[in-house]
Each structure stands twice: as C-alpha cells, then as structure tokens.
Ligand binder design. Structure first.
Ligand code: IPE
Ligand code: IPE
Ligand code: MG
Length: 255
C-alpha cells in the first residue's frame, strides 16, 4: 500500500477521501449527557455506551475498515469522581470478559494503547490476555485507547529516544519523524484517516495528536449511546466528500 510523505497509508493520495478509510478513530463522547437527559445516573449512559461500541465494531467490520481505534478512557478521566472511575473500570473488565471470545471468533485483533503500569493488575492482565489471544487474527484491528493521553505518549517516546541517544545507540541528528512514530504506542499502525467524535464537542481531548496530522474530522451531534451503523455510514459518507491534499494540490475539478 502506498505511503505518502505525511505518513498516511491511503492508497489513493489525490482526492484521497474517496474510498473506505483504512483507519477510523472514534472519540466516544456524551454518555453522561445521554443519561442526564433521561434522568438516569451517568453510569447508565456508560452501560449503553458499551452496546453502542458493539454496534460500532460490527459496522466497522461490515464496511471493511481495517483499523478502529476507540477512545475508552483518557489520562485525564482519573479526575472524575471515584465512583464513576470505578464504574468505567468495571465496564472495561466486563467488556473484555464477555466480548473477547466473540471478537476472537470474528477474527478481530485487539491492540491496547495507553499507559499500563499504573492500572490495577487485574485490568492489566485482562488487556494482555486480549492482545495475546487475538495477536494472529487477520480481521479488523481494534485499538483500545485506555488510560491513553497523546501528550504522555509523545513524552514517553521522547524519553525512550533520549535514553537510546544517551546509550550511544542513536545520534540526536538522526532523530526523524519516523523515529518518533516508531516509538509511540501506535508503532506499526497506519495514521487515522478519519476521526469521529460524538456529542457535538469539537476537540481532540488528547487523542492521537501526532497521528492525526492529516486526519479528516467528523463531529456528530448525537450522544455516543445512540451511535449505530447508520451513524458510522454517515461519517464515512462525509469523509468521502473531503478532498485530502496532504499539502499538495487537488486533482479534483474546482468549486
Ligand atoms: C464518554 O462519555 C465516556 C468517557 C469519557 C469515558 P462522557 O462520560 O464523557 O459523557 P459526557 O461528555 O459527560 O456527556
Ligand atoms: C474524551 O472525552 C475521552 C474519552 C472519550 C474517553 P472527555 O469527555 O473526557 O473529554 P472532555 O473533558 O470533554 O474534553
Ligand atoms: Mg465527555
């Protein structure tokens, strides 16, 4: 597959929004507001959010998307009330326990990005088990961003590169864009073509800052628990209207 200078893997660089995106990132936002609007506790929104996630994975597989990155818990989400953090940890455990076998049978490969050392050992081993079990699957790669923050990821990459330089394994002048990319948690995963955020918020909230250099953004006005196959198709249809230029010039007819 062709790679252009921006590090994107799109096989049709000019007017490149035309095909199905290879890699879609999703900022699953609005669970709390979905619940509050119904006079329900926020946790009910998170529970319904897991169902939306199942629909999303199924739809992504059906559409032939190769990589789906889901923002499940950010480095900053620890600042929420302890009870909500515990609920979110519980839901991740439940998802991994209940859905792992189904995902594995469907050929889904699971990859986790984010900081693991500060997670509870039980969660860490569930994440590791999911990755180990599905490592050789050739279907959709589901990238789970958990305890993930892009700035932290970039800082950790810089620290690793600095250690290699200090040990004499790399010269500072040889540090390139590729050096940094290959030290991120996402090493080996193509850059996202499309990033979708639900709930109407229009920000990245520390998600894939480096990797999103040439991503297209689609902001959906629905809350995450209402996300379904039609939502994903609508986001992709909008993506397909975009004219991706990667700093070059378009081959499309003018306006
Ligand atoms: C997204 O929904 C889930 C996580 C961040 C874990 P929120 O919980 O952020 O819902 P809102 O944005 O408060 O409505
Ligand atoms: C981003 O949503 C994180 C996840 C979806 C996991 P937040 O709800 O935490 O983001 P902010 O606080 O509105 O920026
Ligand atoms: Mg939110």
């Amino acid at each position: 597959m062709a790679r252009n200078a921006a590090g994107s893997n799109d096989s049709t660089p000019e007017g490149a929004g035309s095909g199905v995106p290879v890699h879609v990132g999703i900022i699953m936002d609005g669970n709390g507001r979905w619940a509050t609007a119904r006079n329900l506790p926020r946790v009910e929104g998170h529970r319904r959010g897991v169902e939306a996630l199942r629909r999303c994975v199924r739809a992504a597989r059906g559409l032939g998307i190769r990589y789906l990155t889901i923002y499940s818990f950010s480095s900053e989400n620890w600042s929420r009330p302890l009870s909500e953090v515990s609920e979110l940890m519980g839901l991740l455990k439940l998802f991994l326990r209940h859905d792992l076998a189904v995902l594995h049978r469907a050929g889904v490969r699971i990859k986790v990005i984010g900081e693991r050392s500060s997670l509870a050992p039980e969660i860490r081993s569930l994440l590791e088990e999911a990755e180990a079990l599905t490592r050789d699957n050739a279907g959709l790669t589901l990238v789970v961003a958990f305890n993930y923050g892009s700035r932290q990821e970039i800082a950790a990459a810089a620290a690793k590169i600095a250690a290699e330089a200090a040990a004499g394994r790399i010269r500072p002048e040889d540090v390139t864009v590729e050096t940094i990319s290959s030290h991120l948690d996402t090493a080996g995963i193509p850059d996202p073509d499309l990033i979708v955020r639900t709930s109407g918020e229009q920000r990245l909230s520390n998600f894939l800052l480096w990797q999103a250099a040439y991503a297209e953004f689609v902001f959906l006005p629905i809350y995450w628990p209402d996300f379904d196959e039609a939502s994903l198709s609508a986001a992709i249809a909008e993506y397909q209207q975009r004219d991706r230029r990667f700093g070059g010039v378009t081959k499309r007819a003018g306006p």
